[in-house]
Design a protein around this ligand. Structure first.
Ligand code: FDA
Length: 303
């Protein structure tokens, strides 16, 4: 049943027509709880509010199903404007990008050029750029773009999805690169990825622990309190420096726990999506946790 619900929401997230229509609807279905506004001013305001609580941020300009170069160019310019604002306002914040938004499906070298501009601008201001990982089909080209960028820049890194069998090999390959460890958000076949929650959780913990011992900055991105607890215990037992890692969660999820971790002295970073292309992102969140629907309904009924 859980898998059916997950597949249902993943299928909705992949529906191009619904993704495109939703941009015209404005936020619906409670999406505003998980998205920090449509424009740069609102996202910077939220970053400042979270920074005041000791929480840093990573900002994601939402965008899916990009098929025209003009859309990618507009996205690149918007991301560069966010970078400029982060620098001007001196807020504690970096950027997360998805390469499909920057033209990966249109032309890989065009996408690489866009990324060179983004990472180059951020490099001047010492701002980190994280390349989010998408589905398996986009994985190899994403890694090719990353490898090109790493030849010239040290302010770029990516995400290891622990449901993939190849995750450990890639994590080891990038032992000197800042990485985020996640479980993985897309529907993948058993040819390439673990399917059961137990196996994925086990691999997540194995990778996170191995990575924490290697001293390169790592983001542990999960809302799973069992995993967070085990990582905290492991870090304490192994004497891992608290400045070498951070916990990350998505905006709008487990807000109290986010603040609590920051108050306990852990580095904490909130992933802050913004923009009008909210639909695919939001459906993937429902796929991960259908109970989010209850949260939304409760919110709509009682507030
Ligand atoms: P999971 O959904 O497995 O939940 C485990 C348990 O935690 C639940 O059973 C429940 O007990 C508890 N729990 C979870 N959410 C809760 C809530 N809201 N309230 C109360 N309890 C809750 N994926 C990807 O493929 N590429 C990427 O680049 C990224 N990037 C990314 C960044 C950040 C900051 C995060 C947090 C996540 C991603 N992801 C991602 C998504 C990731 O792969 C994964 O799909 C989700 O984080 C869901 O898995 P979790 O580990 O959070 O817990």
């Amino acid at each position: 049943m859980a898998n059916l619900t997950r597949d249902f929401f993943i299928a909705l997230s992949n529906n191009e027509l619904l993704n495109k229509s939703a941009k015209k609807w404005g936020y619906r279905l409670g999406a505003e709880q998980f998205v920090a506004g449509t424009d740069i001013d609102s996202v910077i305001k939220t970053v400042k509010r979270l920074n005041d609580k000791g929480i840093s941020c990573t900002v994601d300009n939402l965008g899916e199903f990009v098929t025209e170069k003009s859309e990618s160019t507009a996205a690149k310019e918007k991301i560069i404007s966010v970078i400029e604002r982060i620098h001007e306002e001196q807020v504690s914040c970096h950027i997360s990008v998805k390469l499909t938004q920057l033209g990966l499906d249109i032309d890989e070298s065009f996408c690489l050029d866009n990324m060179r501009e983004i990472v180059g601008t951020a490099n001047k201001y010492d701002i980190f750029i994280n390349i989010d990982t998408e589905d398996y089909h986009h994985y190899a080209p994403t890694i090719r773009v990353l490898d090109e960028l790493l030849q010239d820049f040290d302010n770029v890194g990516t995400v290891i999805q622990s449901y993939f069998y190849h995750a450990e090999t890639d994590m080891d390959k990038y032992k000197d690169v800042r990485l985020r460890i996640v479980k993985g958000a897309y529907k993948e076949s058993e040819e390439v990825a673990f399917q059961s929650k137990e196996e994925i959780d086990e691999n997540f913990l194995k990778l996170a622990k191995k990575r924490l011992k290697c001293n390169t900055f790592t983001s542990i991105a999960t809302h799973d309190h069992h995993i967070i607890q085990e990582i905290k215990q492991f870090a304490a037992e192994e004497g891992i420096n608290k400045n070498n890692f951070e916990f990350q969660m998505l905006y709008g999820f487990r807000t109290e726990m986010q603040e609590q971790l920051a108050n306990e002295g852990y580095l904490f970073c909130t992933y802050l999506p913004f923009g009008d292309d909210w639909y695919g992102y939001f459906m993937r969140r429902l796929a991960e946790r259908p109970q989010n629907i209850n949260l939304i309904l409760k919110d709509k009924l009682y507030t």
